[in-house]
Design a protein around this ligand. Structure first.
Ligand code: MG
Length: 271
């Protein structure tokens, strides 16, 4: 190779690298499949469930009576860039929660939107019981999908994951698109299930810099599925998560993903 050709080649390498990086950025921005992990598939564990009445010092958010502790909530952001706008809306007052209550159970009214707790929480133990419809309708992410959004930002996935393949970091109990549960402790559709979620809120300094990320421990139907797992940032459907500064306490969100998912016995013990 001549000397001039070698020089041209050396000049071209950084240009090519920039082009590839741009293409990867575009892919990350536009393709939700890039953040799906399909392997490994978590082993199934059989359990009869783990249901617990609120301790005397718990804040009861739903005891089967009504939705007075809940209100309507904004739609979730698709990617990290959408978080600041969403946060602003999350902290506003909204209309009463539009979901149904019958026989001591609250159920998503598909299409009515997400809901959030009136009260805000940071570090906490959250107990929540849920079930997906007994009659199976749809598959993968379209089967009994809802979600528990800690601080309205960090989703522990609710899904019918009983013999229902989907990406592992999107199944029931996953830190959605960040971490699959250690095992699949799902009960069959139509059966009540529980989450006990021990959550440590993130810390930011006065300049909004992240000092300590959020951590979460999750017990699904009495089975440990996350042990003080680090959360990488607010849940995103598209692209990688990254932290945005927010208050020490924010409301708990529940997701309307178009499925008739029900909830009961929701309480919090602040840590
Ligand atoms: Mg969900």
């Amino acid at each position: 190779m001549s000397y001039s050709r070698l020089i041209l080649l050396l000049l071209a390498i950084p240009l090519l690298t920039v082009q590839i990086a741009c293409a990867q950025d575009r892919q990350v921005e536009w393709d939700p499949e890039l953040t799906e992990d399909w392997t490994p598939v978590a082993d199934s564990v059989q359990t009869t469930g783990h249901f617990a009445e609120p301790p005397s010092d718990a804040v009861v958010l739903f005891d089967g009576t009504d939705l007075s502790q809940w209100q309507s909530a904004p739609g979730y952001f698709p990617d990290a860039a959408g978080v600041p706008d969403y946060l602003e809306q999350l902290m506003e007052e909204h209309d009463p929660a539009p979901w149904s209550v019958e026989d001591g159970v609250m159920t998503v009214v598909p299409g009515s939107g997400n809901i959030k707790s009136n009260a805000s929480f940071g570090d906490m133990h959250l107990h929540i019981e849920w079930k997906t419809p007994e009659e199976i309708d749809g598959d993968g992410q379209g089967r009994g999908n809802s979600g528990v959004f800690l601080m309205g930002l960090y989703e522990i996935q609710v899904l019918d994951s009983w013999q229902n393949p989907t990406y592992s970091n999107g199944q029931a109990g996953s830190i959605y698109k960040q971490r699959a549960p250690m095992v699949n402790a799902s009960r069959p559709p139509g059966e009540w299930q529980s989450y006990d979620i021990y959550f440590e809120a993130p810390y930011f300094d006065e300049d909004g810099k992240l000092i300590k990320p959020a951590y979460v421990t999750v017990v699904h139907n009495g089975v440990l599925i996350h042990h003080r797992e680090k959360i990488k940032g607010p849940t995103t459907y598209i692209g990688p998560p990254s932290y945005t500064e927010h208050p020490r306490k924010l409301p708990i969100g529940l997701q309307d993903h178009g499925d008739y998912v029900s909830f009961r016995n929701i309480w919090v013990r602040e840590i």
